[in-house]
Ligand binder design. Structure first.
Ligand SMILES: Nc1ncnc2c1ncn2[C@@H]1O[C@H](COP(=O)(O)OP(=O)(O)OP(=O)(O)O)[C@@H](O)[C@H]1O
Length: 362
């Protein structure tokens, strides 16, 4: 059974509809990320889960029980905030012990629990430090310890790493992932950083303007973006208008290519997504499409090459091969690198279509 479920959840502030119709199920013991641009409603979802706000429609279930109006302090959920939200006048130990004292837990038990939580976030020995003696990363660890000391079923992390510098953020990403595995509890992590989401999550939910655009594993979402928004938001992509010719064949710039997609009406106008790292440059004779090089940027591991094809579409190619600006080149790619997207296809329709032709050879 899902530990947490949203069914048709709506939230508005005044006339402003923030969450239109949110549906998802969260399983126990996995790392989930809610990913979306600023203002898309990510924090609002977390606040509804935590009980800091209540929905205007739909239902929220926790372990099968409807909790729409359940007060925050009765939910088995804790939150880690971006700005830590620690008590500045209390030391590390007292910050972490705060919630346990409220619950009137025995002194000895508090000692044990706080030490255990500190060890889990690699801060054993820091119990008696004052907060102003800690770095940003250490403060964030204290905030995490304070949340896990309550042994919640679900831990919510709202942009929890955003205040840290790049290097520390990378370190904390893998630490958090490790901590989640160690504790075996569900983490729901909110971020607007797609790289962070891809690196950390078992499952990603992509939200835009109060609706979930796609949910799935990082690989599924990267390889099979459902629509233009997702393809654009996750990774870099070339999105080119195309026409479906028949099952496993699509026309780009009027030229037919073998692809791995089927179940789409012949003649339907679609979009194809090709990732820059899946493309390469070659001679015009060997190329599948002809293009002219507009710019080239050396990036250490590869060159980022911008070209435009004979129909005027711009392409981004990440290649280890150098070229020359102004030169005519050929673009190459494999059939499995073409991902066909239909306009307005829902996840359910996409899944059903995939199911219907999986195992069928092109
Ligand atoms: N209490 C409130 N009253 C009125 N509007 C609100 C309230 N809380 C949030 N909003 C609005 O809801 C929208 C979504 O906010 P939310 O904080 O959920 O977005 P977000 O995806 O977390 O964005 P960010 O990444 O910028 O934090 C925003 O337009 C925000 O102004």
């Amino acid at each position: 059974m899902a530990i947490l479920k949203f069914e048709g959840v709506k939230k508005q502030f005044g006339d402003n509809v923030i969450l239109k119709d949110i549906n998802f199920e969260i399983e126990e013991g996995k790392f989930y990320t809610i990913l979306g641009p600023s203002g898309s409603g990510k924090t609002t979802i977390l606040r509804l889960i935590a009980g800091f706000d209540y929905p205007n429609g739909g239902s929220i279930y926790f372990a099968g029980k409807q909790i729409n109006q359940l007060p925050a302090n009765q939910r088995q959920v804790n939150t880690v905030f971006q700005d830590y939200a620690l008590f500045p006048n209390l030391n590390v130990f007292e910050n972490i012990a705060f919630g346990l004292r409220l619950k009137r837990m025995k002194k000895k038990e508090i000692q044990l629990r706080v030490q255990e939580a500190l060890a889990l976030v690699h801060l054993a020995g820091y119990a008696h430090r004052e907060l102003d003696e800690l770095s940003g990363g250490q403060k964030q660890r204290v905030a995490i310890a304070r949340a896990i000391v309550n042994r919640p079923k679900v831990l919510l992390l709202d942009e929890a790493l955003s205040a840290l510098d790049h290097k520390l953020r990378k370190e904390m990403q893998s630490e958090l992932r490790q901590l989640q595995r160690q504790l075996g509890i569900t983490f729901i992590f909110v971020t607007h950083d797609q790289e962070e989401a891809l690196a950390m999550s078992d499952q990603i939910m992509i939200i835009n303007e109060g609706l979930i655009e796609q949910s799935g594993s990082p690989v599924d979402i990267y390889d099979e973006p459902l629509n233009h928004f997702v393809a654009d938001f996750i990774g870099e992509s070339n999105m080119i208008p195309a026409t479906m010719v028949r099952d496993f064949a699509v026309a780009i710039n009027g030229k037919e290519f073998i692809c791995v997609d089927a179940g789409i009406t012949p003649g339907e106008q679609v979009e194809v997504v090709l990732r820059p790292e899946d493309l390469d440059i070659t001679t015009v004779e060997k190329g599948k499409l002809t293009a002219t090089v507009d710019s080239q940027l050396f990036r250490g591991v590869d060159y980022q090459i911008m070209v435009h094809d004979t129909d005027g579409h711009e392409w981004k190619i990440n290649s280890i091969h150098k070229t020359t600006v102004g030169k005519q080149i050929g673009i190459t790619f494999d059939p499995e690198d073409i991902h066909v997207m239909r306009k307005n296809e829902t996840q359910a329709e996409f899944d059903a279509r995939l199911e219907s032709y999986q195992g069928v050879e092109a």
